[in-house]
Design a binder for this molecule. Structure first.
Ligand SMILES: Cc1cc2nc3c(=O)[nH]c(=O)nc-3n(C[C@H](O)[C@H](O)[C@H](O)COP(=O)(O)OP(=O)(O)OC[C@H]3O[C@@H](n4cnc5c(N)ncnc54)[C@H](O)[C@@H]3O)c2cc1C
Length: 563
């Protein structure tokens, strides 16, 4: 083993979870190698569109038709626009197999999807962790809210999370910077909902934006969010949390970070005599040459499905079905969030106000179905967003003089309001990913074959969301209520989770309570692949907390000589 290829820790992937692992290990003095399959993206320097005006884009922000046609999957993502499409994987470059329709949205570069995310961040509650045990699905989580609570606080302080302390047991409060304001119609709806229901709440959306910088943010070189709402381009103020603006530069400053880009991890190397992983095998994305790197501990943070792929591809004569797959569980019990359904309406009041300017979040309605006991004919529940706006409705019809005339009309019309459902789906053995037997990518790695679908529970939840939100909107005096079910494929929620779930028992789970592979304790998985169930909250804050907790444990074990 070449000394120059040996580190204390290897982290696979530099996105949200990998960035946290890198920061934790580097700041405690461990020589850390981060392997990233994509190119480097340096904060500020590599945000080519960040300060462009709308008219400076060749296609005025739209994606040219030919690109859309060639990339039907990624084109379905709302963020795939001219200003950020360079941060998103094109379908043609990284093919995968859809046994059933699955829109796999990816960002292969330093920072991963942390550059692109919508930055909504809510903690899980005790009700979420006890969900599978109480409702009898999946397996029991081996951790509870109390295990993660201090780690939520830890990552929130550093990342910068804005929010209001609402005192709700279903959505615990965090270490918040001041919240963003609701507008007058959102406040009106909040009041209406609390007047009409005791168990439903409309709160300020919690998000990873610095509303009031603290010293720890200034130390990262980050400043106050300007409400530009152009986050997906990369923020010149570091106003929102990304690995690029926060955890990775922090890790780099310690001098302990080695970041290797264009490094596609093919597999983890396993020594069966020692029952230990010794390193990873990496293919150079450009030259296709293979190199091996070695470390005492390996953190797999390639993003849920790629983490599954790497583990499945880490087979040997001792683990012929992949590392951690002794009981055939790896790649199974994948779940996601059901984002199919929307409701919109109009509000005729408050016509003396309008909206102007930007803000990075809107209102949020935590889950209220089946929270403390089973009340409906479906399991679990849904959260929802709520937003309202009233701006000039531009009429782009016509050409020349007609167009000019249409554009100069200043008709504000009524307020529009809308919500989207964020439903929990149930992890099932039949929702799985596996390696293709026949198709490989350009680096010779088997392509991922994805078989994930909705079920009857999801259909019932969609129906309930429509009924309950129609009732809530009607009670609030909203009119012209319209509902829609996009029937979008799983994946477009970009919250895929599971495949290497945590649990107590090696026969029914892949990871233990510290995110170590039951069968190979120096390999840790702390991205979405570890999730036993999905709850309804946006998941990334939980990945951050789980990663920081597991890294702390790994370092304690390393010090004791256990790893
Ligand atoms: C438009 C959009 C909106 C979103 N909104 C939200 C939101 O509001 N709230 C929320 O919580 N989440 C949101 N998400 C999801 C969020 O981005 C992900 O949950 C989060 O980035 C996952 O972090 P990760 O570290 O697991 O993976 P990623 O951030 O995807 O990083 C994985 C990294 O691993 C690298 N990699 C993959 N395979 C290999 C390999 N074989 N070798 C080496 N490197 C590899 C990738 O290139 C990538 O850089 C959103 C995502 C998108 C795209």
């Amino acid at each position: 083993m070449g000394r120059q290829n040996t580190y204390d820790v290897i982290v696979i992937g530099s996105g949200i979870s990998g960035g946290w692992a890198a920061k934790e290990f580097c700041q405690k003095g461990l020589r850390t190698l981060v392997l990233e399959r994509g190119r480097d993206v340096k904060h500020l320097k590599d945000y080519p569109t960040t300060n462009l005006m709308p008219w400076e884009f060749e296609h005025r922000g739209e994606v040219p038709y030919a690109i859309k046609e060639a990339n039907p999957v990624v084109s379905r993502c709302y963020a795939f626009k001219e200003d950020a499409m360079h941060f998103m994987v094109k379908d043609t470059e990284h093919p995968y197999i859809q046994e059933k329709p699955f829109d796999w949205i990816r960002g292969y570069q330093v920072g991963g999807k942390s550059l692109l995310w919508a930055r909504q961040t809510q903690r899980w509650s005790e009700y979420d962790f006890e969900g599978p045990a109480r409702d009898g699905f999946a397996v029991d989580w081996p951790i509870r809210y109390k295990d993660l609570a201090p780690w939520y606080s830890y990552v929130e302080k550093f990342a910068g999370i804005s929010g209001n302390r609402d005192g709700l047991d279903i959505l615990p409060d965090g270490e918040f910077l001041p919240p963003w304001e609701l507008n007058c119609v959102e406040t009106y709806f909040k009041e209406q909902v609390s007047k009409n229901y005791t168990d439903r709440h409309v709160i300020y959306g919690r998000c990873a934006h610095i509303s009031n910088p603290q010293q720890i943010h200034l130390d990262q070189g980050r400043a106050q969010c300007q409400g530009r709402n152009l986050c997906q381009r990369g923020c010149p103020f570091g106003g929102y949390f990304s690995s690029n603006s926060s955890t990775l530069p922090w890790a780099e400053r310690t001098g302990n970070l080695t970041l290797k880009t264009d490094s596609v991890v093919k597999a983890i190397i396993h020594d069966s005599r020692m029952n230990k992983a010794t390193g990873v095998s990496v293919i150079d994305a450009k030259t296709k040459r293979t190199t091996e790197y070695y470390a005492r501990v390996i953190f797999v943070n390639a993003g849920t499905l790629n983490t599954n792929l790497i583990l499945l591809n880490s087979y040997s004569s001792d683990s012929p079905k992949g590392l951690g797959n002794e009981y055939g569980l790896l790649g199974k019990y994948v779940a996601f969030h059901n984002y199919r359904t929307r409701i919109s309406a109009q509000y005729e009041g408050h016509k003396d106000f309008k909206t102007d300017g930007g803000r990075p979040t809107s209102a949020y309605i935590p889950r209220f179905r089946n929270v403390k006991k089973q009340e409906t004919d479906f399991l679990r529940g849904y959260a929802a967003g709520f937003g309202s706006g009233r701006g000039i409705q531009r009429d782009y019809d016509g050409f020349g003089e007609q167009l000019k005339e249409n554009l100069s009309k200043k008709d504000l019309g009524p307020w529009t309001v809308g919500s989207h459902m964020m439903g929990e789906t149930i992890p099932k053995e039949t929702n799985y990913v596996k390696l293709s037997d026949t198709r490989r990518d350009q680096w010779g790695i088997p392509q991922l074959s994805i078989n994930i679908d909705y079920d009857d529970n999801d259909e019932k939840m969609v129906k309930d969301f429509i009924e309950q939100f129609t009732e809530m909107y009607t009670k609030a005096g909203f009119t012209n209520i319209k509902t829609s079910d996009s029937k979008q494929a799983p994946g477009l929620d970009i919250h895929e989770m599971g495949g290497a779930r945590m649990g107590h028992d090696p026969k029914t789970s892949v990871l233990n309570k510290w995110n170590q592979l039951h069968s190979c304790p120096n390999v840790f998985v702390t991205d979405g692949a570890c999730m036993t169930s999905t709850s309804t909250q946006n998941p990334s804050l939980t990945y951050m907390a789980i990663t920081a907790r597991a890294a702390d444990y790994a370092m304690t074990q390393m010090k004791r000589g256990e790893l």
